[in-house]
Ligand binder design. Structure first.
Ligand code: DGJ
Length: 731
């Protein structure tokens, strides 16, 4: 369907130039929002509106032109150009910058055509723009997911100039806001300190969130943000834009407040060291930028994104997830066939679905006995595991659990047979001393031969060992020694083509092994973007499994990701917290264990078995239901979250006392998302054997209305104490 939603003859007599124009509007709608773009009399495309859904089509003719042409046709007022070009009357940050083959650095884009089609869950709008002086085309894509109020947008840049052009800006999109004030919440990170939330008011000028790490790209800054409009983003009220870029490499979010107090938001691949040479006919596709505008705070925004991800983006978003026992925190590199077989039995005893073998199982000439050697040589260490992977999958089979395995296929240790054979496959300078991160180098995935090799690692393990049911795919180093031996004099492509190379591999893995679930891991949570999550069923949030820290980390990631994508394991980090507290925290996400059962008392073990069974029973709420963040650890000494199943018949409340002050005021926790007219029985679950609930609400029946308006007294003064309450419809 061609987009000519409103065609009105507008006589711009005030400009002294009688040009009658079609008022061509492009409307990108979801249930609660409208993004309205408009072709101005100068033929260029401007954002007229992004906000709450407009109810009356007849109002649309009131949208003003955002650009005024002088009587001589000159442009006198800058507008909100949707994909702002460079070298024009807009003196602020552009979306696109091209040095053309004749050296001219300007690009002005004019509207050509647009169309909208119905797609699964919404609409797909495609808008074609073209430069009037150079054969450069830009295609803008907007997928609007109606029920979730989510828009996914990306752009394609191509040209037919005689020689290659150089791209120096290539935004995924641009969005504009005109509000009194803007507050940016960012999610800064480091190893074991992921997604630390902080908020600041934006002032005139630019604020940039970016990364230049290449791989393990989100180690210091996560690829998402929240933008509070007129006030800092709040959980349950207010306007907030929540955005995230699907790019597993260097990204850059630019927030620029201009002289008039307008804000432009530009999500993009980071152009740092990436002047990209584009050949004629080649299409440069930007990453997807995924965003939602919530008028009911971040809580609603998160539920929008979580539901959208489960339905449309996350690999196997509708499927169930495997609970597991991992061995990394328990054994490190120190294991053998017998120890692993014992752990499989422990997994079975615990009641989880799978045993996951971590790092340290490969390498012969350079065995992986610590993190100094072996990456690249994906053959089982024969001296350690003489029966190979086959013996392990057989043992798992006999025990009655599935078997998963760790790989880090994008990396190489200089101490490896792979590096001896193919030093040119590793990213490193030809003429400088090497420097290392975790003693390793990053393989050059811009090189198709290396892509084939990396795909072959996964393919061979799965083909030779049909019993392998799962991968944990790690990535522990940023790109160091930043030079691609393959790209030679085109180093401007390196950061970008490297990431595209990873996607080529992942696409092939998904095509040929569609049913193998995979965990994305990056030295903890340094990779978690929605492009990679097309290929991964879940991601590892952090190596920090101290349950107190995890309350903050899981609170942070849950802003953008559904619980079923977030892995949380019970470990021995912070032993002052009880096994119950540690397990209750991990139960809010995809539950796993990484602890020796011998470390537990019989009661603790029995408690864990019960907790696993309860977690499985409450999957319709935790994994597939709606999440309501009720009490923030950032704002109190407590934390509470409840999940509600889609049919509202089942809910679960998690409540934590962190380090409450003596006799501090305790507030009842008001649940959300229930049916007010349904009666629910409240029962405390996940209790240690031999203990009974001391909560007054335990065993009682309340209406959803009561639970949401009056709430439950579940907080106390003890440090590191938790309560889990099953809330089940009784009629
Ligand atoms: C980093 C991961 O985050 C850990 O869980 C573990 O898999 C190690 N790598 C293994 O080297």
């Amino acid at each position: 369907m061609r987009n000519i939603l409103i065609t009105a003859a507008i006589a711009c007599v005030s400009l002294g130039q009688a040009f009658a124009q079609e008022q061509q509007l492009i409307r990108i709608s979801t249930d609660n929002t409208d993004l309205i773009l408009q072709v101005a009399p100068n033929g260029r495309l401007y954002q007229s509106y992004y906000g709450a859904k407009l109810l009356h089509l007849s109002d649309f003719e009131n949208f003003p032109w955002y650009v005024h042409a002088g009587s001589d046709g000159s442009i006198t007022t800058r507008g909100w150009e949707v994909y702002s070009g460079s070298g024009n009357e807009d003196y602020f940050e552009p979306a696109i910058g091209i040095v053309h083959s004749d050296g001219n650095p300007s690009t002005w884009l004019y509207y050509v055509s647009s169309s909208t089609e119905q797609t699964d869950g919404g609409t797909h709008t495609v808008i074609n723009l073209r430069d009037d002086k150079y054969p450069v085309d830009v295609t803008l894509h907007y997928m609007a997911y109606t029920a979730e109020d989510v828009i996914k947008t990306w752009s394609e840049i191509s040209h037919r100039e005689k020689k290659p052009v150089t791209l120096f800006r290539y935004a995924s999109t641009m969005l504009y806001f005109n509000r009194n004030s803007y507050y940016l919440t960012e999610f800064s990170s480091d190893w074991a300190r992921e997604v630390q939330m902080s908020t600041q008011q934006l002032q005139p000028g630019k604020k940039i969130l970016d990364t230049k790490l290449g791989s393990r790209a989100a180690m210091h800054m996560q690829p998402f943000f929240e933008l509070g409009l007129d006030q800092p983003a709040q959980e349950m009220q207010g306007d907030v834009l929540m955005g995230t870029i699907g790019w597993t490499g260097n990204f850059r979010f630019t927030f620029e407040v201009d002289n008039a107090g307008n804000l432009r938001v530009i999500p993009a691949i980071n152009p740092y060291a990436s002047a990209y040479r584009l050949a004629a006919g080649e299409v440069f596709t930007t990453p997807e930028f995924i965003f939602t505008l919530s008028h009911e705070g971040t809580g609603k925004g998160s539920r929008n994104l979580q539901a959208w991800a489960r339905r449309y983006q996350l690999k196997d978003g509708a499927g169930s997830r495997l609970t597991l026992l991992n061995n990394w925190e328990n054994t490190g590199f120190d294991f053998n066939q017998e120890i692993l077989a014992g752990l499989m039995k422990e997994a079975r005893h615990l009641g989880v679905d799978m045993f996951l073998l971590d790092d340290g199982w490969f390498g012969n000439k350079y065995p992986r006995k610590d993190d100094h050697a072996g990456l690249g040589d994906w053959e089982v260490t024969r001296s350690k595991l003489p029966g190979g992977i086959k013996a392990l999958t057989d043992a798992a089979d006999e025990t009655g659990v599935k078997f998963g395995i760790w790989i880090e296929p994008e990396m190489v240790n200089p101490n490896s047979e792979l590096f001896e054979k193919h030093p040119d496959w590793a990213i490193h300078y030809p003429n400088r001393e090497m420097y290392f991160y975790r003693n390793q180098l990053v393989l050059d995935l811009s090189n198709p031969e290396v892509q084939e090799y990396v795909y072959g690692i996964v393919d061979r393990i799965l083909t030779e060992n049909p019993g392998v049911a799962y991968f944990k795919w790690d990535c522990n180093s940023p790109i160091t020694n930043i030079y691609s031996p393959y790209l030679k004099d085109s180093q401007g492509q390196m950061y970008i083509d490297h990431v595209r190379g990873i996607y080529n591999v992942l696409k092939k893995v998904k095509e040929n092994h569609p049913d193998t679930p995979m965990m994305m891991c990056s030295g903890g949570g340094a990779r978690c973007d929605y492009e990679a999550l097309k290929y991964f069923t879940e991601f590892w949030c952090s190596d920090n499994t101290d349950p107190v820290e995890r309350l903050y980390i899981q609170w942070g990631f849950s802003q953008f990701f559904p619980a079923k994508a977030m892995c949380a394991h019970v470990t021995s980090w912070n032993k002052t917290a009880s096994v119950k507290f540690r397990t209750d925290v991990a139960s809010m996400c995809k539950l796993g264990f990484d602890i020796g059962l011998k470390e537990m008392t019989p009661d603790e073990l029995e408690y864990c078995q019960e907790a696993v069974a309860n977690w499985k029973e409450f999957q319709p709420s935790i994994m597939d239901g709606d999440q309501y963040r009720l009490v923030s650890p950032y704002e109190s000494d407590h934390m509470a979250v409840n999940y509600v199943s889609q049919d509202k018949r089942q809910a679960i409340l998690f409540a934590y006392d962190i380090y409450p002050r003596y006799q501090a005021k305790l507030m009842a926790v008001k649940l959300q998302g229930l049916d007010p007219d349904t009666m629910y029985k409240v029962e405390e679950i996940n209790l240690m054997p031999g203990t009974e609930s001391a909560l007054e609400c335990n065993g009682k029946v309340f209406s959803g209305d009561w639970l949401m308006k009056v709430g439950l007294d579940v907080f106390g003064f003890a440090h590191e104490q938790s309560h889990v309450l099953a809330v089940t419809a009784v009629e």
